[in-house]
Design a protein around this ligand. Structure first.
Ligand SMILES: *Cc1c(COP(=O)(O)O)cnc(C)c1O
Length: 297
């Protein structure tokens, strides 16, 4: 299998009329280019968990996710690359028609165990999650090592100090916490929540912050009806973004993020002269659940 290649990461200047009108400069950090499956932020969130598992001499990684989870696919692929075996605890019953995520994860050698929502939420399944030879990674890579890994994303921005705002999508908030931890005091980290009414997100992020930082802002206005929900406005925007920049986005995370940044710019959220970095956190495999022809890329 293809290796993870952080050498592919580029900072791509964006061409978007709405930014020009507001005298804003913007660029996208293309983490989607590091690997087709361990895409974007997922490798950054996993890297220290993988290291710890190997250092501790564990043979297997076990983690949690939904049937459409990018984290599951990334963990399966990363374990394959690192020579670890893997188990994915999947929320809900075994579906009659497995998703691309589940098919890909199994083809990468991940053992899949389907579980009810309650056991899933508890993060513990007796006889499965308590085996001594395995290393447990929380759902979405949420936790201190996940945030620490995500913080290293900013090592790919040269120089980091040129950016006034760093914008990212937020699911569990692990990536955003890492970015806040490693940001410069004058920078603003803007997180776009992709879940509807996820008001525990701020507390989750705070629990991962190293210092009492306040240079961040969360928006709950761009979920488009909820996690993995979409509409014509979002799909039209993603196609238009591709026409202008040649950058594909996914409808679960980065499409909503770019839509939000564009919309916030239109509202005057970013002062003239701002220099925005938008994190392309990957996730493009998720578009496979859309009907063929929906997207132009
Ligand atoms: C998982 C994921 C996120 C969310 O990351 P969190 O650390 O859980 O907030 C953002 N973008 C993409 C593409 C993802 O796959």
């Amino acid at each position: 299998m293809q290796e993870i290649n952080t050498g592919n990461i580029i900072t791509q200047p964006l061409n978007w009329p709405g930014f020009d009108e507001r005298k804003i400069k913007a660029a996208m950090l293309r983490l989607d280019l590091i690997h087709p499956l361990v895409s974007g932020n997922k490798w950054f969130k996993l890297r220290y968990y993988l290291e710890e598992a190997l250092t501790a001499g564990k043979k297997k990684l076990i983690t949690f996710g939904g049937a459409w989870s990018n984290h599951i696919i990334a963990t399966a692929a990363a374990c394959r690359l690192y020579g670890l075996s893997s188990t994915g605890i999947i929320r809900g019953e075994k579906p009659d028609h497995p998703s691309t995520v589940l098919l890909t994860a199994s083809s990468l050698g991940m053992e899949l165990i389907f579980t009810d929502r309650q056991s899933f939420a508890s993060g513990k399944i007796p006889g499965i999650t308590d085996q001594p030879d395995q290393y447990l990674v929380p759902a979405g890579g949420f936790g201190e090592p996940g945030a620490r890994g995500a913080g290293t994303i900013l090592e790919y921005c040269h120089p980091l100090s040129q950016y006034t705002h760093i914008c990212c999508a937020a699911g569990t908030g692990t990536m955003m916490a890492g970015l806040i931890n490693n940001s410069l005091p004058a920078q603003h980290i803007i997180g776009i929540s992709v879940l509807k009414n996820n008001h525990s997100l701020e507390a989750s992020i705070k629990s991962l912050l190293k210092e009492n930082k306040t240079n961040y802002h969360l928006s709950h206005h761009y979920h488009f009806g909820g996690y993995a929900k979409q509409n014509e406005a979002l799909i039209g925007f993603m196609n238009n973004w591709y026409r202008h920049n040649g950058i594909p986005t996914d409808f679960v995370y980065t499409g909503k993020l770019c839509y939000a940044v564009s919309d916030l710019a239109g509202q005057g959220f970013f002062p003239a002269g701002s220099n925005i970095l938008i994190i392309h956190s990957g996730g493009l495999t998720g578009n496979s659940s859309l009907k063929n022809g929906t997207l132009i890329f």
